[in-house]
Design a protein around this ligand. Structure first.
Ligand code: SF4
Length: 249
């Protein structure tokens, strides 16, 4: 096992998944290093970069001070997201929790650490290759499920983020994120293992479990690993312009 394979083994152990070697097929390949999986976005022209930076700042300020729905009454702050401003990978969760609300950053704490390990297992570095956001930018009290009218009020922010980021692939983590992004009440199990598309840009979207759920239900980590490999393989196909039927083979 080479250095990359050894590193992947450590990541899988970190997220509690036994290492095994598939017999054949694309999933058998070792996860490439982050730089190979998600090359850095090409440098933008200075004028375009300045305009994008201004649009990001306007968005950040709007979310920070947003009063579009009643959640602004109980939150500490609006949480826009975190990560590089142009990236191929976008992870979308449900909403900030208590710690995220306090710190102003999505996916911190134990669930955030597990998400980081999951991403590393497919060669992605949270700070370099992935932008992380939520469907809702403000914390629902007591971490209750978002209400449809709250999602409707908040979703335009995410749409603007996606327009700025122009990701090649979205990883929706958890039932709430998946159902709200896809406009369905189908259970998570039925949404996994296939390629969906989101928004006007028809961005390919793959569904997996929320790391907070996986902390409570570690028996499903193996399924999450299948989802991650599926997403990684899809990304590699997208990078080579060779997406097929969109179903796991
Ligand atoms: S959840 Fe979204 S729409 Fe509601 S107050 Fe927060 S930022 Fe505004």
């Amino acid at each position: 096992m080479g250095a990359q394979g050894e590193r992947r083994r450590e990541y899988l152990e970190a997220i509690g998944i036994d290492v095994w070697v598939p017999r054949s097929g694309p999933a058998a390949s070792v996860a490439p290093a982050a730089t190979q999986t998600a090359p850095a976005a090409p440098a933008e022209e200075p004028a375009a970069a300045a305009e994008a930076a201004a649009r990001w700042e306007a968005l950040r300020q709007e979310v920070l001070h947003c009063t579009r729905c009643p959640l602004h009454l109980t939150r500490t702050q609006g949480v826009l997201g975190v990560g590089p401003k142009r990236t191929d990978w976008l992870v979308i969760g449900e909403a900030p929790g208590a710690e995220e609300d306090r710190r102003g950053e999505p996916f911190v704490g134990q669930a955030g650490q597990l998400l980081d390990a999951m991403l590393r297992a497919i060669g992605l570095d949270r700070t370099r290759n992935v932008y992380i956001a939520n469907v809702l930018k403000s914390r629902p009290p007591g971490n209750r499920d978002p209400k449809p009218e709250e999602v409707a009020a908040c979703l335009p922010y995410l749409v603007r983020q996606i327009a700025l980021l122009q990701p090649k692939i979205i990883l929706a983590v958890g039932r709430i994120a998946a159902q709200n992004l896809l406009g369905t009440e189908a259970p998570l199990g039925r949404l996994r293992g296939q390629v969906h598309y989101f928004g006007e840009l028809n961005t390919p979207l793959v569904v997996t479990y929320h790391p907070a759920y996986l902390l409570r239900t570690p028996g499903d980590k193996r399924k999450a690993w299948e989802d991650l490999k599926f997403a990684r393989n899809l990304y590699q196909q997208l990078a080579h312009g060779a997406v097929t039927d969109g179903h796991r083979t």
